[in-house]
Structures are given as C-alpha cells and as structure tokens.
Design a protein around this ligand. Structure first.
Ligand code: SF4
Ligand code: MSK
Length: 672
C-alpha cells in the first residue's frame, strides 16, 4: 500500500486543500490519492519498455539487452518519445483543423451564432499569405484563409505556410536540416509509420522526424488554432477576471466548461447571456447562471470574456466536489474518465459534446457548429433542469478566489510597449539589453498529481521574478499563477527585482503575463520572432536570453510543445520525471537518448530539452542559460543593484522630499 502524503504535498492551493479534506471525509478518491496508489512502473517510466508489436512487450533492463526483433534501448526510447510527440501534435493540430472548418462555415454563413469579430486580425493574417484583401468583404477573405489553412493538414509536398512567420535565419536552418514540415497530417502519419515494428531504427533519424512533426504543430496546427480563435472570438487584451473554486456560486446554476476548443465554450457564454435562458434559470429558482472554466477552455473564455476560471487541470474533480455544479461540459483533451464516477456522488451531470470524445455514463449532447447556439441552449437548459437536484447539505464551496488580468496577446504586448502609432518590441529589447530585464521565461504546461499542485510552477515563477526575469505563461501554469495573485500588477510587484519592477511600473503591466491556452504557445513563438526581428538581441530565437519551462508537465501535448520550441531555438526545461530517463545506475548508456535531445539537438537547432526535477536546479539552469546568452550577445553582465530608482520608486522618493529639494531633484535647479 502506497504511503499517503501530507495535504501540502498534494496541493499548495488552499482551496484544493479544503476539497481534499472534504474528499477524505466522504471517502472519495481523486487523482491525488490514485497517484499514491498507482506506483509508476519504473521500466516503462524510464522509456525502457516497447509494446510496438505482438512479439513483446519487451523490457530492456540489462546491459546490451535487445527486444525480440533486435531493437536496442536507444531505438525503443526514441520511438516512444516520437510517438508521444506525434500524439501531442495530433491533438493540438486537430483542434486547429476544427477551427479552420469553423472559419469556413462562418465565412459561408453556415455557422449559427458565429461571426468574424476581429476583422483587423483577419486582414493581418491573410496578408501574410498574399490573400487579396482590398475591396473584399471579411467573409470573402475568411473563406480564402480557411481554404489555405484547411489545405495545410492534407498537404503532401512543399512547406507548410504559417512557418514563413519564423525568423528568416530559422527558416533557412529548417530547410538545410530538411525538417520544414510538408503537411500536418503527413508528418504525424509518418511518425507513426517510422516507429512501427521493423521501420526506422536509427535513434537520431527517428528523433529528427519527431522534431519535424512537432514543427507541424507549433508553426502549423496550433498557430492556425490561435489565429482563427482570435479572428472569430477577438484577439485578447487585458481584462479583469477571477480564478479558483470560490467563483462557483451557491445561489446560481453553476456550469463548468472543461477542455480546449473555444468554439463550444464561446457559444455557451453567448447563450448564457440570452434573456430566455436567464429567465429559464430564474424560473428554476436560481439567481442566474455562473459559467466557469477548467484547463485551457478556462483560459480561452477568461482572456476574451472575463469568464472566471474555476481552476486548472487538478481542479476538475475538486470543482465537482463543491456539490454545487449542475453540469460539467467537456469537449476534448485533459478530461479525466474519473469525472463520471465522481459525479455520481453528487448531482452533477457530465456532458460530453465532441463527436471525438465519449465517456461511458456521461450524457452526450453532440455539438455541431451549424446549429451551435441552439445546442448551447439545450446544454444550458439540461444544466438548469438539474438545479433542483442539488443537495444543499452536500454543498461546500471554498471561499477562495483571486482577481486576475489575463489577455496579453502578442498584438497587445506590441501595442502596450509602443502605443497605437509606434507599436514595437523595442522597449522590451532595450530593457533586456540594458539589463533592467535579465531575460524572459515562458512557464507553461500542466499540473501533475505526482508533485504538489502548483508548487513547482509558482516556486519557479516567484524566484525568477526576484531575478528580474519577465515571465510569460500559458495553460494550467498561467492559472496556477492567477490563483496565487501573480496576474495582478500591484499584487506581484513587491516580490519582483528592481529592474523588472521599473519596467512593469513604467509600462503598466503585471510581472507575469498570461498569454493564453496550450495552443497559444504559438503567441510566445511570435513574440520571440518579433524580438529577433526588432534587433539588438541577435537575429534568431536561439540567441535571445529566454528559456521555456514546464515544471509540472503530464500530457503528450507538452512534449510536442517542448520539441517545437527546441526546434525553434529555445532551451526547454521540464520538471518531474523524464519519460526516457533510462536507468544509468543499472544499464550503462541507457540515457543516450536523453543526452541526444540535449547536446545533440543543441548542435543542430540551438535549442535543447532537459528534464530537471529539482526546482532550485531548474532556476539555476534557467539563469545560467540567460546569462550565457547575454554574454554571447555582448550585453552587460546582469547586476541586481543597478536599477530600481526610476518609475514609481523614484516618484515615492521624490514625494517624501521637502518642496525645494524636490524641485532641485526634478529640474536640476535650486528653488527661488
Ligand atoms: Fe519487442 Fe521489437 Fe516488438 Fe518492440 S517492436 S515489442 S522491441 S519485438
Ligand atoms: S489544459 S495539456 S493540463 S496545460 Fe491545456 Fe492544462 Fe496541460 Fe491540459
């Protein structure tokens, strides 16, 4: 029997802790306790097991051992990692494909309730591909863009289009290395083909294709998803929202939306505000409808509509345990099968909506963009009808929530740094060049119940902020920071290094910028590209003092993100366990693939992937890399004491001075 952990070892979030105590009272298992009971297989966990064919599974645990087919350990590890990256790329990119079909249906006037909300972004994106803009309606432009984007998935030859938005030097490298993806589906299919029994058996060659597949996601499927979400639902800009279980309301019909694609959640938001639905809710005895989100669906509707986030990945079960959720509506990705069994302890209905995802025991109301508003209303009415079944005696809502300001799209960052007429990344580059900002860290990815929820995310964020590292976040990591209050300017600034604080105060931004959902890691690629193009920080992403981190990763999508960021030139650090760690203490050279994706990939792409479980070492590696890149650019060595006497700090000092001295300090002349 596995050892039960202390509450702090499950989660650092006080709302989660309350719910975990409640789970124990009720005798209900959660992912946290299941993780205790499910001891991971040390052979499979180290990537040393192959079950690619019926002659196996083969477990390679001795020096020189090979599988029945003769496959060596490094081949098996490379195949396992490549399959995970292919699955992650497929998930993200299929999301992008659905968005492309939705754009086409909207352009054709066939998508009930949808419209093109951000015509400026549509025109900007279309112009990148030489789609004719002048004299055409948004729908005509959108129809062409949708055709271009739909074609990226099935394209057999050539180069996927969105990757032309990468820095020129990077494009050249991809061509030289022959890893520019041809088509999204083609690369995923080839990854599965190559890793089939008896195919590609050179680990480096296999991993080369893993990189190509991931690029089809990052600079293909995911970028398409982000572009179209902005075009249809609006490019995010800062907006006030809230995060944590306290957003669930005792006297309202609570509907938690969970998954990834904004097509359904946006329509639920629209339908929940319609007078007939609000009247229906009131007639059921509720004060109204409270929508909230989990995982990346939360991020999508939080950053565009200000709809509160009930929490991140590990909050999906905990939100149901409040006893106050009438329905959890899910689409695709990161949805635990355990939800249905858990919900049976309460009155909550689990409603699946995607034609791709069904869960035994859940209610299925299939979503169809052609009649989206009608279906959204049907879903809401199903939840409202369930309000009467709530057992008030079982209701426990932690009164814990934080205000958050998400919505820092790359377009908004560009605007906020330079204003409408001179939007530019120049001030950010300058701040890095002077050393006010030491570098940039993108801290992204999931929760994992094998570590304390949010602990690694927030520990790394807080330490890097003290070191004047600007933090950008997406996915469940962004929600972790939000729940801690780091997504508000004033709340976070007292813990921030002097130089970074000056920049945040001058520009008026929080030190942690919420940039969106998992697919929106493409926004970070765009920011890095624009920084490279702005000048002063080299001419490619691998020269920028920046690091990507996924401290609590768990999904295959996270591995796909890691691979495309490496191929784009970034140093990427994952916390937790490596899926290809090997057992170097028992099998010599069983970490050869691990070394290859670090040193080998760095030689090829300038970026590397490393797994560092210890948060302190993660922070040290991040700062060392940032300082190495600063030195390579010839930038001044980072000095924590050099800045901090301008911005608001200077104003406060001036205010404290007597009037005469103040004049002298400001104007350089003594008072009359
Ligand atoms: Fe074993 Fe080779 Fe089959 Fe893998 S592909 S299960 S190593 S025989
Ligand atoms: S939802 S992939 S747990 S970030 Fe995008 Fe969160 Fe990871 Fe799912």
């Amino acid at each position: 029997m596995a050892k039960k952990r202390e509450i702090n070892d499950y989660s650092t979030d006080p709302a989660a802790q309350q719910m975990l105590i409640r789970a124990e009272e009720l005798g209900i298992g959660t992912a946290f306790t299941r993780a205790d009971n499910m001891v991971p297989c040390n052979i499979g966990g180290a990537g040393m097991c192959c079950k690619q064919c019926g002659m196996g599974p083969c477990r390679l645990t001795k020096n020189g051992e090979v599988g029945v087919c003769g496959a060596t350990l490094d081949t098996i590890q490379a195949r396992n990692l490549t399959r995970a990256i292919a699955a992650g790329s497929a998930a993200h990119s299929d999301h992008g494909r659905d968005m492309a079909f939705l754009l086409k249906a909207t352009a054709n006037g066939e998508a009930e309730g949808y419209s093109i909300r951000d015509v400026a972004k549509l025109r900007t994106v279309a112009s990148k591909y030489d789609i004719k803009i002048e004299g055409r309606s948004p729908e005509e432009i959108a129809a062409d863009l949708a055709d271009h984007y739909i074609a990226q998935f099935g394209q057999q030859q050539g180069e996927i289009l969105p990757a032309i938005r990468a820095p020129k030097k990077r494009q050249q490298l991809w061509r030289e290395q022959k890893i520019w993806p041809r088509g999204v589906d083609r690369e995923v299919v080839e990854a599965l083909h190559r890793t089939h029994i008896g195919d590609d058996q050179d680990p480096a060659h296999i991993l080369n294709h893993a990189v190509r597949t991931s690029l089809a996601d990052g600079w293909g499927g995911s970028m398409i998803a982000t572009d179209i979400s902005d075009i249809l639902f609006g490019t995010p800009a800062p907006i006030l929202g809230q995060a944590n279980l306290g957003v669930i309301k005792e006297d309202m019909v609570n509907i938690v939306v969970h998954g990834h694609e904004p097509s359904m959640s946006e329509m639920l938001v629209a339908a929940s505000q319609s007078p007939d639905i609000l009247e229906y809710a009131r007639a059921a005895g509720a004060k109204g409808i409270q929508l909230s989100g989990i995982c990346c669906t939360a991020n999508e509707i939080l950053m565009r509509q200000g709809i509160p986030a009930a929490g991140n990945f590990l909050h999906q079960e905990l939100s149901i345990m409040t006893g106050a959720v009438e329905a959890m509506v899910v689409d695709v990705q990161c949805i635990m099968q355990a939800l249905v069994g858990l919900a049976q302890n309460f009155h909550t209905k689990i409603i699946t909506t995607s034609p791709k995802v069904r869960i035994k025991g859940a209610t299925h109301i299939e979503f169809d963009e052609h009649k989206a508003l009608t279906i959204a209303k049907e879903i809401l009415k199903t939840a409202i009808d369930n309000f009467a079944n709530r057992d008030q005696g079982k209701t426990r809502i932690p009164q814990i929530k934080e205000d958050v300001i998400p919505g820092f799209s790359h377009e908004y960052i560009n605007y906020m740094l330079g204003g409408s007429y001179r939007a530019s990344f120049r001030p950010l580059n300058d701040a890095i060049m002077t050393g006010r900002i030491r570098g940039v860290a993108a801290i992204v990815g999931c929760n994992n119940p094998r570590s304390s929820q949010d602990y690694l995310h927030n520990k790394v964020v807080k330490e890097l902020l003290k070191q004047d590292v600007l933090v950008v976040q997406t996915g469940c990591g962004a929600i972790a920071a939000g729940k801690l209050g780091l997504l508000l300017g004033e709340a976070g600034l007292s813990e921030v290094g002097n130089g970074l604080r000056e920049v945040c105060e001058t520009v008026g931004i929080p030190p942690v910028l919420h940039m969106g959902s998992c697919v929106d890691n493409t926004r970070i690629l765009t920011v890095l590209t624009q920084m490279a193009e702005e000048g002063g920080l080299g001419d490619d992403i691998d020269q920028i003092p920046a690091v990507g981190l996924a401290p609590e990763w768990m999904s295959e999508k996270a591995l796909a993100i890691a691979a495309y960021c490496v191929a784009s030139g970034a140093y990427v650090i994952f916390g937790g366990a490596s899926p290809i760690s090997g057992m170097p203490d028992r099998v010599s050279d069983s970490d050869a693939v691990l070394k290859y994706i670090s040193e080998g990939w760095e030689k090829l792409y300038g970026g590397k992937l490393e797994f560092i479980p210890d948060p302190q070492k993660m922070i040290e590696a991040t700062l060392a890399h940032i300082d190495k890149k600063r030195a390579a650019l010839g930038l001044p060595e980072y000095d924590p004491n050099r800045f901090g006497r301008s911005g608001d700090a200077k104003m406060r000092e001036l205010e404290a001075l007597p009037l005469a001295t103040k004049r002298e300090a400001i104007y350089g002349v003594a008072a009359d």
